[in-house]
Design a protein around this ligand. Structure first.
Ligand code: ATP
Length: 199
């Protein structure tokens, strides 16, 4: 599995539809200060469900939509699509290519797509869990993140290794199952109360 292409339209400094093709090996992005290099990493993080505008270096989420310049009008929406080569089926979804996309309007309304079909963010998070490509995954290492990992508590640091080892999905499923059990317990208590009232 590898990221083959990024398509950015109306996101931050990318006013027009822009395609970034990524070949195998190491790819470097070079450009003057303020030319939009970090905006590419922000775009990737945003598609993968980033909900915090602060993490995207903005104040409000709307700040990710191209805000216009002297010569160009601002955009009404932005969209970003990540094209993953999935020949090795590392992403557990039976397609050779996986396209994860997100679109957002100035109203704040946001839509997610998986190979063109409208899905919930949860569906996307479910299929990328344990692949390392989640916004919290080890594939995006932002400035200061290494220091943050080194300085974090052992339990927080362990999560990075759990993601890399591919056991996060089991932890999440366990938490979901525990939550369901709690709900079932609550329902049982309610049923017992009703039974008692009826007797
Ligand atoms: P450096 O090398 O200094 O880290 P960089 O190449 O990583 O710079 P970015 O931080 O990616 O640059 O891009 C900053 C640019 O993006 C600024 O010029 C800023 O005006 C522009 N920008 C950010 N948000 C928007 C937006 N919503 N609309 C238009 N331009 C934006």
């Amino acid at each position: 599995m590898f990221l083959r292409k990024i398509e950015i339209n109306g996101f931050k400094s990318f006013a027009n539809r822009t395609e970034i093709l990524i070949n195998s090996g190491v790819t470097g992005v070079v450009g003057p200060n303020g030319s939009g290099k970090s905006n590419i990493a922000d775009a990737i993080r945003w598609v993968l469900g980033e909900q915090s505008s602060k993490n995207l270096r903005g104040i409000k989420m709307e700040d990710v939509i191209f805000n216009g310049t002297q010569n160009k009008a601002k955009k009404a929406f932005c969209e970003v699509a990540l094209y993953f080569d999935n020949e090795d089926r590392r992403i557990p979804y039976d397609y050779s290519e996986i396209v994860i996309a997100r679109k957002m309007y100035r109203s704040g309304e946001s839509e997610y797509f998986l190979n063109g079909a409208s899905v919930r963010l949860k569906d996307i998070l479910d299929i990328i869990r344990d692949t390392g490509i989640g916004k919290e995954g080890y594939s995006i290492v932002g400035q200061g993140r290494i220091d943050e990992i080194l300085a974090s508590k052992p339990t927080a640091r362990r999560k990075v290794f759990e993601e890399a080892a591919g056991i996060m999905k089991f932890r999440t499923r366990k938490e979901e199952a525990e939550h369901k059990l709690e709900k079932t317990d609550e329902n049982l208590v309610r049923v017992e109360d009703i039974l008692e009232e009826l007797q």
